[in-house]
Design a protein around this ligand. Structure first.
Ligand code: SAH
Length: 397
């Protein structure tokens, strides 16, 4: 419909479309939400071209067919505002809660579950936690949905282990959402910005969910990392494996391996795979995941990736291909130095932090490795973030 002004003249088209999300300004999570999707892709492509153009070819970004509701993990912080229970996210750099019921990039079912939980709190007399006074029980709710299997995990983060009427609460929640497959209480009494605490208690179900990625099945615990956009993750990992060019004879290291996804997908095409990961829960999942997929030629180590690699180098071990997927902060000079020492010929570096990848590529160059190309995947539509896979090869003999 064409818009008209009060005086009947056609309205001038606004340069920016009216926001599709009422919370966009205060939430700040989606910097590009008002930009048409093709324009988002062009903008990210040109940013990546400036960042990596001097290293290697930057391939066209692979976007999503449907760039909405893609996140399989939804987090809400709970609190009070003017006597009402609210849930949402913290306004950027503050501890004010921006109330959110629906988000354009989050799984819709997970958002519904959070609204249901909020609606149940009053009748169960569950108070939300107040940061200033330290009173109240419920701090956060985390919902994770495995898109391929439909399994849903709900994590209730409470300040203390004492959760009166928890059995009734769980029953009421399951009655409203029979699709929930597991419910976990996580205890976090610390004053940090970390959502999850160390201790947890399974209130219903197995305590984890399983998803399918690249034909393998993965168990995911509450505290383990799992890609938030599985549609794009599948495309990215398929490309990463193609770049690795495995023949079945290689020794492969999956560094920063999380629950073992990349290494397990690679294992059928390698002689031996080693995975290293710092988070003990993720390592536990990884070991189960190898069994779940009948993979025998993989071993996981709980360690700092740099320390593990340095030890391998000191023991004179060798590796043919390194698959690495560090957190946004990137890797370390020592890790990259050790890649050379274990005589790796090829590295596939997956990154969700292009700036730290560019920094690390300089170190690779110093160590005698060359980037052969960067492949871009839009893992986080509507936001300014970009994910990529880079093929890095040893130069010379
Ligand atoms: N490759 C996995 C996980 C990637 S996310 C996947 O695709 O699912 C990055 C992982 O690095 C997280 O699991 C995090 O716990 C782990 N990590 C962070 N710092 C680390 C370090 N210093 N050494 C080893 N692992 C680390």
């Amino acid at each position: 419909m064409r818009m008209r002004n009060d005086d009947g003249r056609p309205a001038r088209r606004e340069a920016r479309p009216v926001s599709v999300c009422p919370a966009a300004k205060r939430c700040g999570g989606c910097q590009y939400i008002e930009m048409p999707y093709p324009e988002q892709l062009r903008k990210k492509q040109s940013e990546m071209q400036s960042l990596f153009g001097s290293f290697c070819k930057v391939h066209p970004m692979v976007g999503m067919d449907d760039p909405f509701y893609y996140r399989n993990k939804v987090h809400a912080v709970f609190g009070y505002h003017k006597g009402q229970i609210i849930s949402g996210i913290y306004e950027e750099n503050t501890h004010h809660i921006v109330p959110i019921d629906r988000c354009m990039i989050e799984d819709q079912k997970s958002d519904e579950i959070i609204v249901t939980i909020r609606g149940l709190l009053k009748s169960f007399k569950i108070r939300t936690y107040d940061e200033d006074t330290g009173y109240g029980l419920l701090r956060h709710v985390l919902v994770r949905r495995a898109f391929a299997t439909g399994e849903i995990m709900v994590v209730l983060v409470t300040r203390s282990p004492v959760f009166p009427s928890k059995n009734h609460f769980v029953a009421a929640l399951r009655e409203r959402h029979p699709e929930i497959t597991t419910i976990i209480q996580n205890m976090n009494d610390r004053d940090t910005s970390m959502v999850l605490g160390d201790r947890e208690h399974v209130l219903y179900g197995k305590g984890y969910i399983e998803d399918i990625l690249c034909g393998c099945r993965f168990r995911i615990s509450a505290k383990s990392f799992y890609q938030v956009n599985p549609v794009q993750a599948e495309r990215l990992y398929t490309k990463a494996l193609e770049l690795a060019g495995l023949t079945g004879r290689e020794t492969v290291l999956d560094a920063y391996c999380g629950i073992g996804t990349i290494g397990i997908i690679a294992a059928n095409r390698a002689r031996q795979v080693y995975g290293v990961e710092l988070n003990p829960d993720a390592v536990g999942d990884a070991i189960c995941n190898a069994k779940l997929n009948g993979i025998r030629n993989i071993r996981f180590y709980q360690n700092d990736a740099t320390r593990f690699m340095t030890q391998m180098a000191q023991s004179g071990d060798t590796v043919d291909v390194v698959l690495m997927d560090p957190p946004r902060s990137g890797s370390t000079e020592e890790f990259i130095h050790a890649i050379k020492a274990v005589r790796a010929k090829k590295v596939v570096y997956i990154s969700c932090g292009p700036d730290t990848l560019a920094r690390d590529l300089k170190v690779f160059r110093r160590e005698g490795y060359r980037a052969e190309g960067v492949w871009l995947y839009d893992m986080f539509p509507a936001t300014g973030h970009t994910e990529c896979a880079t093929l890095i090869e040893r130069t010379g003999a």
